[in-house]
Design a protein around this ligand. Structure first.
Ligand SMILES: Cc1ncc(COP(=O)(O)O)c(C=O)c1O
Length: 480
C-alpha cells in the first residue's frame, strides 16, 4: 500500500513518481497502458495538476512513460533488441519465387477458424467498425434499392472514387483526379492489374526484402522474376543497394511499400522517398507502390505516396480498405494517370467491376466522417497491442531475439536465434492452436529461416497472452 503523504519530507511530485514506478514495476501498469489524465491523477492522489505534470515530465525523462499528442501519457516499452541494418551486399540475382508449397500451408493455417490468429495481418480487426458499417450498408440499401444489386461501372462507383481522391488531398496533400482511380477487388487485384499493365512473363521485378508474401506469389504466378533489395528496419529500401541493382539488372518495375511496409512496419523518410522517385525516373523504371497501410501509422501522420512527388515518374499507387475497414468487402483501388487506359482494359477483362453495394457503403463511410473517427480509435489500439506484444517477446522469448519497432500497421517481425527453424515453430504452433507466419515466405530466395512475423491485429486478450507465452517457451526449446 502506498499513498501520497502530505506530511512527509519527500516532494509531492516525487511521491507521485514513486507511485507510478511501483505500479509499473509490479505489472499493474503495463507497456502501452495509458496513465490517468493529469486531472484525474490530481483528484485521486489529492495533489495539484501542476504537481502531477511535473511528475509525468520527470517520468518521461526517465523514459518510463511517453507523451502522445492529444492522447495522454503511456507506459513505454523497454527492453528487447532492435533489428540491425542490413550489411552492404552485391546486388543479388533475379529468380523465381521458391516458396509455393510453404505458402499453401501457411494459408491453410491462416484460414483455420479456431486458431489464435497471430498469422494474419488484419489491423482493423483490433477494433472492428462492424456496427457502423452494418448501419451504413442498411442505409445505402434502403436508399439505393435495386441499384445496389447491379453492376458497378468498370472504374467503379464515382462517389467512392471522389472520396478516395479527397482523402488523399485531405490527408496526404496530394491531388489525383477521380477519373484516374480504378476500384479493384482488394489491394491484391490492384497489384495484379498494375503488374500486368507494365510487365510481362520473364521480366524482373524488384521487391523489398523482407516483403509481403502475396506480392511474391503474384510475381511467381505471372512468370516474372523477383530480385530482392536490402531494406533497413528504420528507413526502408536502402537506396544505394537499389541503385546497384538498377545498374546491374534490367529491372522493369519496383514493388515497394514506402509509406508503411509489411512485415517491417517501417516508413521511408520523405527525403529518401524523393530520392527514390528521382532514381527511378533516371532509370525509367516503374514504381508500383503498395500503399495499403498508409493510413495506419500510430501517430496518425499520413506519409505522402510517391505518386504525388513527380509528374514525370512512372508510378502506380495501390490502396485498399482491407486493412482499415473491412477485408471481406474486397475493395481496393489503383491510382495512376499514365496507365489508366491499360488498367481500365485489364479490369474489364479480368473482373468487369467490383461489388457495388460495398463501394456505396464505403463511400458513405468516408463521406460521413465515420472512417476518420474509426481510424482515430483504431490507431491507439494497434499501438498498445504492438507495445504489449513487444514487451511479451522481451519477457518470454530467448534473450538474443531481435524485434522490429513498427511505426504502424499490425505486425511484428522477429529474428530468433540463428539455429531456430521458424517452419518447425510454425508447424508446432499450428498443432498448439496458434497461427504464425514463418520467415522464408517473405523472400523469393527463402531467406529468413529463423524469422517469424506475428500479428497483433486482433483484440488483445488472455488467449493472445497465453499464445505468446507458449511461443516463447517453444522458441527457447528450439534454441536450446
Ligand atoms: C502489403 C500488402 N499489400 C496488399 C495486401 C492485399 O490486400 P487486400 O486484402 O486488400 O487484397 C496485403 C494483405 O495482406 C498486404 O499486407
Amino acid at each position: 500500500m502506498l499513498a501520497i503523504d502530505k506530511g512527509a519530507d519527500a516532494f509531492l511530485y516525487r511521491q507521485v513518481i514513486d507511485l507510478i514506478n511501483r505500479n509499473i514495476d509490479d505489472g499493474t501498469l503495463r507497456p502501452g497502458d495509458r496513465l490517468p489524465s493529469l486531472r484525474r491523477m490530481s483528484l485521486s492522489a489529492g495533489v495539484s495538476v501542476p504537481t502531477v505534470r511535473q511528475a509525468y515530465i520527470e517520468l518521461e525523462r526517465l523514459r518510463r512513460i511517453e507523451a502522445r499528442p492529444q492522447s495522454g501519457y503511456y507506459v513505454r516499452h523497454v527492453g528487447g533488441n532492435p533489428m540491425v541494418r542490413p550489411a552492404p551486399s552485391s546486388a543479388g540475382a533475379p529468380g523465381a519465387c521458391e516458396c509455393r508449397p510453404l505458402m499453401a500451408r501457411v494459408y491453410d493455417g491462416i484460414n483455420h477458424p479456431n486458431l489464435v490468429p497471430l498469422g494474419i495481418a488484419n489491423p482493423c480487426m483490433a477494433k472492428p467498425a462492424a456496427k457502423t458499417l452494418h448501419r451504413t450498408m442498411k442505409r445505402v440499401m434502403a436508399r439505393a434499392e435495386e441499384r445496389s444489386l447491379g453492376y458497378a461501372t468498370t472504374l467503379g462507383e464515382p462517389t467512392l472514387r471522389r472520396q478516395i481522391a479527397f482523402h488523399y488531398l485531405d490527408n496526404a496533400g496530394g491531388r489525383i483526379e477521380p477519373e484516374h482511380i480504378c476500384i479493384t477487388n482488394g489491394g491484391q487485384e490492384a497489384l495484379l492489374l498494375s503488374l500486368l499493365a507494365v510487365a510481362k512473363a520473364g521480366d524482373v521485378i524488384a521487391v523489398e526484402t523482407p516483403t509481403y508474401h502475396g506480392l511474391l506469389e503474384l510475381i511467381d504466378s505471372l512468370g516474372m522474376l523477383a530480385i530482392e533489395v536490402e531494406t533497413c528496419p528504420e528507413e526502408g529500401v536502402v537506396l544505394a543497394e537499389l541503385e546497384r541493382t538498377l545498374e546491374k539488372h534490367p529491372v522493369k518495375a519496383c514493388m515497394f511499400s514506402t509509406t508503411l511496409s509489411n512485415p517491417l512496419g517501417v516508413t521511408m523518410p520523405d527525403e529518401d522517398r524523393r530520392r527514390l522517385v528521382a532514381l527511378l525516373e533516371k532509370h525509367g523504371t516503374v514504381l508500383i507502390e503498395d500503399d495499403v497501410y498508409g493510413d495506419l501509422r500510430f501517430d496518425g501522420v499520413r506519409p505522402t505516396p510517391a505518386q504525388f512527388l513527380s509528374n514525370k515518374a512512372k508510378i502506380i499507387t495501390c490502396g485498399s480498405f482491407s486493412k482499415t475497414a473491412a477485408p471481406g468487402y474486397r475493395i481496393g483501388w489503383i491510382a495512376t494517370d499514365r496507365y489508366m487506359d491499360e488498367i481500365t482494359r485489364l479490369k474489364r477483362a479480368f473482373s468487369c467491376s467490383s461489388g457495388l453495394l460495398q463501394q456505396l457503403t464505403l463511400a458513405e463511410f468516408l463521406a460521413s466522417g465515420d472512417y476518420a473517427r474509426h481510424m482515430k480509435l483504431l490507431r491507439p489500439v494497434l499501438q498498445q497491442n504492438a507495445e504489449r506484444m513487444s514487451a511479451m517477446v522481451a519477457e518470454h522469448f530467448p534473450a538474443e531475439t531481435r524485434t522490429s519497432k513498427p511505426v504502424g500497421g499490425s505486425v511484428l517481425w522477429l529474428e530468433l536465434p540463428g539455429h531456430v527453424n521458424s517452419v518447425k515453430l510454425f508447424d508446432d504452433a499450428i498443432d498448439a492452436g496458434i497461427s504464425i507466419t514463418p520467415g522464408p515466405i517473405f523472400s523469393p530466395s527463402k531467406r529468413y529461416k529463423h524469422f517469424v512475423r506475428l500479428s497483433y491485429g486482433h483484440p488483445w486478450d488472455e488467449r493472445t497472452e497465453n499464445a505468446m507465452r507458449w511461443l516463447g517457451r517453444r522458441a527457447h526449446e528450439l534454441a536450446a
